[in-house]
Each structure stands twice: as structure tokens, then as C-alpha cells.
Design a protein. Structure first.
Length: 175
């Protein structure tokens, strides 16, 4: 009789400690949930049962490509190798990404956005519950007055181009 109880106890312990084969999933959360444009949003989550060193992030929302856009440059549609990635801690399956919305390229407008996380860049088109997750974020208008907002990202490019033109013109005059 002792043997039977021992075997039952042993099987119960083994059942609790062994993960179910094929159990897979991704999670994602965002802090804060209702940020202002210009705030830093911390995206984090877990990876379960999927062997990957990174997760792939993209955003959908008003004025963005319907396929999604990278978090760093809202002008670039996801796919073809262009994604925002976050490394996965292989010991515990967690990941985290700090999204500083004050320094992204493109225009982030107030409104409802969805952040997607997938385990593989090829899963963007065919996402399922096990290998993708989403979180909704409602961006509020920036707290920074318009006059204090950062300069247009094209301004340095225009300044460099103008400098090159002036340099070439000056060099041409010296001849």
C-alpha cells in the first residue's frame, strides 16, 4: 500500500513540474497604458515554449501603413527584414523594450494604436494566438508646447546638404 501512495505522489509531483508539450505563447504589456506623445512607453512580456533570442515588434494605428510600422520610424512599413526587435532573456523567457516616442521618425498622432509582438518576422502576415500578442495604447496629445517640440528630423539633412553645396561653390570659385 505504501508503494501505491508513493507512486501516486511521485506522479503528481512530476505532472506539476513538467510543462505541457507544445504549450506556446507570447505576452505583451505596456506601461503607462495612456501615455502622452513624447513619453517613454515600456513594452514587456514573456515567451513560453518558443525557442527564440528576440521578439519582433510593430505598431498599427491612425495614419500608419495597414501592415504595421516599425516603432523607431513610423514611415517604414514592417516586413522585408525591417522590424523593431527586443532581446529575450533565455533564462526566464522575459523581454523588455523602452519606446521613447519623443525621438521617433514619422508623425505619431493622438489616438488608438495597437502594438504587436511576434516570435518570427515571417509571422507578421499570419499571426495566431500562440505566436503573437497585442496591447492597445491610447496616446494623448503631447504635454510639450509646440514651440518646444524637437526640430524636424530632416533639418540636419538639409543643413548638411546646404553646407556641401556652399563648399563646392566656394571651391569652384577658387579655381
Amino acid at each position: 500500500m505504501r508503494r501505491v501512495w508513493f507512486l501516486l505522489l511521485l506522479s503528481a509531483v512530476l505532472t506539476l513540474n513538467v510543462p505541457v508539450a507544445g504549450q506556446q505563447g507570447l505576452t505583451i504589456s505596456a506601461t503607462p497604458e495612456n501615455p502622452h506623445i513624447g513619453d517613454t512607453v515600456t513594452l514587456s512580456g514573456t515567451v513560453t515554449g518558443i525557442n527564440t533570442i528576440a521578439v519582433y515588434l510593430f505598431v498599427t494605428g491612425p495614419g500608419l501603413d495597414p501592415r504595421g510600422a516599425t516603432l523607431d520610424n513610423l514611415n517604414i512599413a514592417t516586413g522585408h527584414g525591417l522590424f523593431t526587435t527586443a532581446p529575450v532573456n533565455m533564462e526566464n523567457g522575459t523581454w523588455s523594450y523602452s519606446w521613447d516616442t519623443s525621438v521617433i521618425l514619422g508623425t505619431l498622432k493622438p489616438g488608438h494604436y495597437t502594438i504587436h509582438v511576434v516570435a518570427s518576422p515571417f509571422k507578421q502576415v499570419q499571426t495566431g494566438e500562440k505566436d503573437s500578442a497585442t496591447v492597445d495604447i491610447n496616446f494623448r496629445p503631447s504635454q510639450v508646447p509646440r514651440s518646444e517640440a524637437p526640430l524636424d528630423p530632416l533639418l540636419p539633412v538639409v543643413a548638411v546638404a546646404t553646407g556641401i553645396i556652399l563648399f563646392v561653390a566656394a571651391a569652384h570659385r577658387r579655381r
